[in-house]
Design a protein around this ligand. Sequence first.
Ligand code: WTA
Length: 641
Amino acid sequence: MSEAFVTPGEATLSAGQYDDMVRSAHSQTEAFWLQQSRRLTWQTPPSQASRSDFLNDVRIDWYADGFLNASENCLDRHVATHPDKTALIWEGQDDGQREVLSYRALHARVCRLANVLRRLGVKKGDCVAIHLPMVAEGIIAMLACARIGAIHVVLFGGFSAEGLAERLTDSAAVVVLTADVARRGDKRIPSKTTMDDAITRCGGASRVRHVVVVPVTGASVPMQAGRDLRYEDEVAREAEECPAERMNAQDPLFLLYTSGSTGRPKGLVHSTGGYLTWAAFTHAVVFDHKADDIFWCTADTSWITGHTYVVYGPLANGGTIMVYEGLPSWPEPGRWWDVIDRNGVTVFYTSPTVVRAAMREDDTVVRSRSLKSLRILGTVGEPISPEAWHWFHDEVGKGRCAVVDTWWQTETGGVMITAAAGCVVPRPGAASRPLPGVEAVLLDAQGTEITGAGEGLLCMARSWPGQAMSIWQDHERFRQTYFTTCPGYYFTGDGARREEDGYYWITGRVDDVVNVSGHRIGTAEIEDAVATDHEVVESAAVGIPHDLKGQGLVVFVVPREQGVFDPEAVNRAIAAGVGRYAVPEKIYVVRDLPKTRSGKIVRRLLRKIAAHDLEGLGDLSTLADPEIVDELIATVKAQES
Ligand code: WTA
């Protein structure tokens, strides 16, 4: 280990023990994963680890004869050993709003809600949608679903009514939990009325029988008699005990929608046994989990990071989680540093976007805070530049903390490539090394494995317990999306470079997914939304480098009539079809798009033109109309000013 980057105190695993784990996971895979599954408490322990197959129809198969309940693993077993230990510390965005829940108290609240859901007729295997900001009830709702075997579908508060409707219809959710009104700094987000609108848009396709409204701000909202229920009234009627459903390891724990390069958002299906094993294993190993940690993952629960490292990983391991409702710099810069100091946060896991925004503030903001409780810092969602890495290490970690960049995806369930704290020497800017049992490979364009140093498509040669099992109701799409580009491998959609000694550097998506502030946005979703405007002939969305957000979204639009078209219409269509979070940086109104003779839009060119990167545009002779390129360059320049 390099002196500069060691974890303070004793890491639970030594670097040598970690290397042993890597070796045994590689050579005795089945036994290794059976052993890791024992981090959980099983009603019936599994006798086998994996029977997964990346060929044929593709089968992701983990712990198939095991039975367990995820909420029992996150609650009951800790109530049995340390009922008074703090499970969850919640702070609201207004001063003085704070709640501390012991494992006993969290268990009781989860059981009450689980009983409500059962009374409302929610059955094992039904989907329940959760549309809540960062309040304790969001986490309680996830665990309550898990308790009764319902599949939770957490929906981002920033989705438009149309975006919500699409996901409600696809999942066939029977009950929805929503906020009255959510808040983000000064802004108020009308969660309930947006949800009402979404359900109306579902029309006959809606399976929603009840909407349970959580009072986040206490605002008065319209309630539909018979359908809409008040959370506080409902839970008050129920007991604090609720028997947990016996679940097969392969039963879905949740669906989570994410964006791909084509088509509508897809609901990735995560299993109960494999996913939870992966959540517990990675949380313990990557963040060197210790019993007295206060673990703060700042992700919203509507993203996979929130599922695995706000909720399931730390709670499965009996840890204490910090949940904060508000923004990093509201009402003033340094708000999150105060949350760390006030609550003694020991592990702080956030995104490079947050680090970059903090870097832009005056250094006195971070220097005026103690931050002495911190032990480990982490980032996820996009590459962190060496510069931002060092700032995070020096200014937030005060040079005392391990910094772990973690590469992973919605599809992987948890961290895959990282410099596990105290075990692997980090290299600033690199994702670093695959975790034990992660068989990462690089393939060239012909699908051949690259050995040693090189750059190529990042794939996985073997399944791991956290791997998503399927796409909801569409296994064929799952197979097509992830297992046909490189047959026999799971294809991540990312490119990567590997050094001679096995360190990985992620070079970014190789497909048409744009990563804005760590949020995946599919260009197809944007284009579909823009197409709802009848004045638009066609459009193309691309990502360009952005200082703060990592990538910014740019849309080229070809209107029916030049001169009269209002580009604001594009923003409105995207806000309505996807959500305000996806509104682009820039819209260029153009006459045509660069296309191949077969009519395929050449996005590579649009990316370069939008980024003003005009070197090496490549061979333009394959374009149907090569002249369009100069015209686009001129248009972009003209519309820039
Ligand atoms: C990108 C988030 C570089 C990557 C957990 C991946 C990263 C996509 C990193 C998944 C990282 C995530 N370094 N790139 N540390 N972490 N990515 O599904 O392109 O929201 O494919 O999961 O984010 O985004 P998702």
